[in-house]
Design a protein around this ligand. Structure first.
Ligand code: PEP
Ligand code: MN
Length: 338
C-alpha cells in the first residue's frame, strides 16, 4: 500500500502514518522527496486492509493499494489450477465441460427431452432453473421445489449431473439436496448473505459474474465462498452491461485470460445470456474456448418457440448438436478436448 503525503505535510503527520502502520504490524519504507513524502506500507495482508485507515489521517493526499483485495481465489495463493470434480466430471482439467439445457425447468416432458438432447450431443451436465430471479415480478418465477424434483428424476434417468440456481440463503440446504452444482446468478454475485451460506456448504458452486462487476469484485465475491470453507468454486463469465445494445450483454472475452492469470479457479463461459440471440451463440461459444475457458454453459431447449423463458437465445437440438461438433476442432487447437 502506498501512502502519498500532501506537499509540505509536517513531520508530525508523517510520524502519525508511520505510527498507525506499526500498530497494525506493517513494515514501513519512507521515500523522502524534495517536497513530498511517500510512505510504502509492507505486509502480507495489505490487500485486505481498508485504505480508509490511512486515508483519514491528517496530511494524507492519497492511498493506493498495490496488493489485490482478493486472496484465496488468487493464483498467488494457489499456483496449481483447481479442478472441481462433480460426480466424476472434472471441471478445470483438459476436457472442455459443456453444461446445457433450458433456462427454466418448465415440466417433466420438457426436461426429459432437454436431457436427451444434451446427452445425445455429448454434453455432460444438465442445466435448468427451478428458481428464476426475473427482472419483473410478474414474469414466470420457476417451478421451485416441484422443478427441483423433476431435475432429480431426470438426473437419475439420464445420469447427468445438474446445475441449478439458488436465490435465497434459506434455500441453500434444500437446493443442495437436489443439485450437483449450485448456481449463483449474476444478480446475486454480491448477495453476501447467500455467498456466506453457500460457503458453509460443500456443494460445488458456479459463481456468475455480476452484470456490472469488475473482475476484482468477482474474485473478491469468490473469496466469500472459499473463506467459508467451500473450495469447490467455479467461475462463470456471462457478459457485462456496457453501452453496446446489439447484444444482450457484452461478453468480456478479455476476462478469460485475465482470470486464468489471476486466479486458480476453473472458468466457464455462458455465451447465451451475453448474446441474447440464438444466432450469435455459436461464435461466442467458440471464441470462449479459443480464449482459454474450461467449459460452457449453454441454453438449449427442445422447442425454443415454446420456451417460457429465454427462448430467443436458446439453441434448438440440431443447432446445439452442430455446435458441439464444431467445438471439437476449436478445443483441439488449444490443446483440449470435448
Ligand atoms: C441463468 O443462467 O438462467 C441466468 C438467470 O443467468 P444470469 O444470472 O447470468 O442472468
Ligand atoms: Mn436464461
Amino acid at each position: 500500500m502506498i501512502v502519498e503525503m500532501r506537499t509540505g505535510a509536517p513531520q508530525v503527520e508523517v510520524d502519525d502514518v508511520v505510527q498507525r502502520a506499526k500498530e497494525l504490524g506493517l513494515g514501513v519504507q519512507l521515500n523522502l522527496g524534495t517536497n513530498k513524502v511517500v510512505v510504502a506500507l509492507l505486509g502480507p495482508n495489505t490487500g485486505q486492509l481498508p485504505i480508509d485507515i490511512f486515508a483519514v489521517l491528517p496530511g494524507v493526499e492519497s492511498v493506493t493499494r498495490i496488493m489485490k483485495p482478493y486472496k484465496l481465489s488468487a493464483r498467488e495463493f494457489k499456483r496449481d489450477s483447481t479442478i472441481v470434480s462433480v460426480n466424476g466430471v472434472q471441471i478445470g482439467g483438459k476436457r472442455i465441460v459443456v453444461m446445457a439445457g433450458p433456462c427454466a425447468v418448465e415440466g417433466e416432458k420438457q426436461l426429459m427431452a432437454a436431457a436427451m438432447m444434451v446427452k445425445e450431443a455429448g454434453a455432460c451436465i444438465l442445466r435448468g432453473g427451478a428458481y428464476k430471479p426475473r427482472t419483473s415480478p410478474f414474469a414466470f418465477q420457476g417451478l421451485e421445489e416441484a422443478g427441483l424434483k423433476m431435475l432429480q428424476q431426470t438426473k437419475q434417468q439420464f445420469g447427468l449431473p445438474v446445475v441449478t440456481e439458488v436465490v435465497a440463503p434459506n434455500d441453500v440446504a434444500r437446493v443442495s439436496e437436489y443439485a450437483d452444482i449450485l448456481q449463483v446468478g449474476a444478480r446475486n454475485m454480491q448477495n453476501y448473505a447467500l455467498l456466506t451460506e453457500i460457503g458453509k456448504s460443500r456443494c460445488p458452486v458456479l459463481l456468475k459474474r455480476g452484470l456490472s462487476a469488475t473482475v476484482t469484485e468477482w474474485l473478491t465475491a469468490a473469496d466469500y465462498l472459499l473463506a467459508g470453507g467451500n473450495d469447490r468454486v467455479i467461475l462463470c463469465e456471462r457478459g457485462i452491461r456496457t453501452f453496446e445494445d446489439t447484444t444482450r450483454f457484452s461478453l468480456d472475452i478479455g476476462s478469460i485470460p485475465v482470470i486464468k492469470k489471476s486466479s486458480h479457479l476453473p472458468l466457464i463461459v455462458d455465451p447465451s445470456h451475453a448474446a441474447g440471440h440464438y444466432s450469435l451463440v455459436p461464435a461466442l461459444a467458440k471464441a470462449a474456448i479459443a480464449a482459454g475457458a474450461d467449459g460452457l454453459l449453454i441454453e438449449a431447449h427442445p422447442n425454443p418457440k415454446e420456451a417460457l423463458v429465454d427462448g430467443l437465445q436458446s439453441l434448438t437440438p440440431s443447432d446445439f448438436a452442430r455446435l458441439m461438433s464444431e467445438l471439437k476442432s476449436i478445443a483441439e487447437a488449444v490443446g483440449r478436448y470435448i
